[in-house]
Design a protein around this ligand. Structure first.
Ligand SMILES: Nc1ncnc2c1ncn2[C@@H]1O[C@H](COS(=O)(=O)NC(=O)[C@@H](N)CS)[C@@H](O)[C@H]1O
Ligand SMILES: [Mg+2]
Ligand SMILES: [Zn+2]
Length: 473
């Protein structure tokens, strides 16, 4: 993992996830293997959001005047928006923005949809591609110009309390989703100078990559009434007055896929949680010169049994030596492989190998090996999550000495410190350390770092928060 970014680029190519040779910077092609991984991840996200959100689909293009309506919002995106100026040969009389995010596509329509308090709350989400002309160094899946799995949720509420509750609900949803994928995270309230343009406040999920940098993998924004006032989203109250609605939005992107690859991967390749693995088990027949077809027949029988139990299984029948098959299997991250040779056939046994620990487990084929396999899937999933969790927590350190911060972070740590919360103090902390304040810690109940001193690490004001600082993507 010394040169993580080289490893990351190699694995995307060798495991045939994406092909980033597409002739537009920041845009890549999803290859079949990567597309299946992406599909399963989106399936698990949808099953979570479908519980209390309605999935919708808005147009890709946004009229210039709609995008421009919310001043702070458009200011925050003016350097990142792609524009459409022509239709065929003729110039459009109104430029069209390609959505960098969909607030200004959705909210004019919300204004038409919201009439009465009885319409509320409304909770929508969509899974779309969004486009951002990122000027910082683009990287596949991590910082792209076309975000191909932008999962954006937008909710509308009658009261501030309800919108604050929705923020907590959205944070819980993200925790559940990231736990399913075994991705560890720290939750911070972004400093005021780093919140989503137009939001009251932003809660962010950051994870730690093997190179010691943190990646913002999800955000939940409380939009207050700002956009409702800009887009005239009002509702009739129970005593027939009119009120502006309160809104939230939340977003995840391809960075979730980048995290599954980067955090669970090892030197041999991917290590995928069974829930989202394209194949959950690969059967590898060990063929010598004779007895081959009995072995293959037995493998096909096992394949049929596993498929009948909804396990995603494949048999590697290629006529190549077993070692190469093992290499490819380990690269692909498939959670389990089942080896079967002529001797195993005779003893009615087979060998299972776990991809996460490479441990070998012998199974009896005349026993209920399917439930054994399902238990192993659970164990692999928990093991990947725990390993990742332990690794991140082992890199979380506390200090109350500003001089130590840069050194600690350069050694791959995330630093927790006591902070007064004032903007100019925060900005000078970032200046001095040349690092980014992730924000003040919230909701990290399971791993909250208590205030370690009542003095701010930098100025001599009283500290109000336990905050995090790190090197970020
Ligand atoms: N260029 C990019 N490449 C990959 N992921 C990105 C990129 N820009 C942002 N993201 C991811 O997208 C998430 C949501 O983007 S955002 O700007 O923070 N929030 C929004 O756009 C809100 N409308 C919520 S949907 C971010 O938390 C980050 O994880
Ligand atoms: Mg950005
Ligand atoms: Zn201070």
């Amino acid at each position: 993992m010394e040169d993580f970014s080289q490893w990351f680029h190699n694995i995307l190519e060798e495991a045939r996830i994406i092909d980033s040779r597409y002739p537009i910077k920041g845009m890549s092609v999803w290859l079949p293997n990567g597309f299946k991984l992406r599909k399963h991840i989106l399936e698990s996200l949808r099953s979570l959001f479908d519980k209390d959100h309605e999935e919708v689909l808005f147009p890709l293009l946004i009229p210039e005047d709609e995008l421009a309506k919310e001043g702070i919002h458009v200011k925050g995106f003016e350097d990142e928006v792609y524009w459409i100026t022509h239709g065929g040969q003729s110039e459009l009389n109104k430029k069209l923005a390609i959505r960098p995010t969909s607030e200004t596509a959705m909210y004019p329509m919300f204004s038409l949809w919201v009439r009465s308090h009885t319409d509320l709350p409304m909770k929508f989400y969509q899974v779309v591609n969004t486009f951002r002309y990122e000027t910082k160094h683009t990287r596949p899946l991590i910082r792209v110009r076309e975000i191909t799995t932008f999962k954006e949720a937008h909710t509308i509420h009658a009261t501030k309390e309800e919108s604050d509750d929705q923020i907590k609900e959205a944070v819980r949803n993200y925790k559940e989703f990231l736990n399913l994928l075994g991705i560890p995270y720290l939750i911070s309230k972004r400093p005021v100078w780093d919140k989503f343009p137009g939001a009251d406040y932003t809660m962010a999920f950051d994870t730690l990559f093997p190179d010691g940098k943190t990646l913002q993998i999800g955000t939940v924004h409380n939009l207050g009434q700002t956009f409702a006032k800009t887009f005239d989203i009002t509702y009739e109250t129970s005593d027939s007055t009119h009120e502006h609605a309160y809104q939230t939005c939340a977003g995840l992107s391809d960075r979730v896929i980048a995290s599954v690859i980067a955090i669970h991967g090892d030197k041999k390749g991917l290590r995928l949680p069974p829930l989202i693995a394209p194949n959950q088990l690969t059967i590898i027949p060990i063929i010598f010169k004779d007895g081959g077809d009995e072995v293959i027949a037995k493998c096909e029988e096992i394949e049929t049994v596993l498929k009948s139990q909804d396990i995603r299984v494949n048999i590697d029948k290629r006529d190549i030596r077993a070692g190469k098959k093992f290499y490819d299997y380990e690269l692909s991250g498939t959670p389990l492989r089942l080896e079967l040779g002529p001797r195993d056939l005779k003893n009615n046994k087979a060998i299972l190998v776990r991809r996460d620990t490479l441990e070998k487990i012998e199974i009896n084929l005349n026993e209920d090996y399917v439930s054994k396999i399902k238990v192993l899937f659970e164990e692999i999933s928990n093991n990947l999550r725990l390993q990742a969790q332990k690794n991140m927590e082992s890199n979380l350190v506390i200090t109350d000495n500003l001089d130590d911060v840069k050194g600690l972070i350069d050694n791959g740590k995330i630093v927790s410190f006591s902070w007064c919360g004032d903007e100019e103090c925060g900005k000078s902390i970032e200046e001095i350390t040349d690092m980014d304040i992730l924000g003040t810690q919230h909701f990290n109940t399971d791993k909250s770092i208590d205030l370690n001193s009542d003095k701010c690490i930098h100025c001599d004001k009283k500290s109000k928060y336990s905050a995090l600082i790190a090197k970020t993507y």
